[in-house]
Design a protein around this ligand. Sequence first.
Ligand code: C5P
Length: 222
Amino acid sequence: PSTQLLDGVHVTITAGPTREPIDPVRYISNHSSGKMGFALAHAAAQQGANVTLIAGPVDLATPPGVQRIDVESAQDMLDTALAQAADIFIGCAAVADYRVADVADHKMKKTANTGAPTLKLIENPDILKTIAAQTKPPMCVGFAAETRDVEAYALDKLKRKKLALIVANDVSNTAIGFNSDDNAVVVLSEDDRVVFEQQSKQMLAQQLIHHIATHYHKHFRK
Ligand code: C5P
């Protein structure tokens, strides 16, 4: 194809949920499908990028031309992300905010005399923020799923996590986001705001990759 916006550019994308162990057979997780991240990986590869897709546990096929690395916990995802230095980093994963403080070595048993156990949780690292805080960071793109004040919260995340772009997504609308096949978003940077109307995650991914590539060439390519 003649339009290869990301020829020779290394793009790393996190996608899907993370899985935080409780004991060898149980975990805490969320309903993220990974569809948006996988669609972005596919679209970036179609634009000639060298794509690394760091995937939490999802039930999706690897897009053609994409190098996929499967991970489980947020800590695994962070370690893998740090090892995959890239030109563009897109944090699309629904990372669990907390993990269990003391993971049991053996299956926890239900015993009549001790009653219901209490799980102590501790905060997980912020993957995107950690990547963006490196000495020579890639161009970082985040996602913000919110149910109210969507753009205000997204802008706050853009600044706090030192991102180039943030993709804001109103998840109070059940027609879009999480498990659905469609999405509609607003992409914010320090100085612009672009609306992407409701469409399939595949179509949206192509438009987002075009927008991200344009921003990269304008502000980041040395
Ligand atoms: O959870 P939050 O709304 O702060 O997520 C915003 C962005 O930060 C998303 O792009 C998400 O992938 C990323 N994130 C992350 N590591 C976390 C939490 C969020 O990379 N622990």
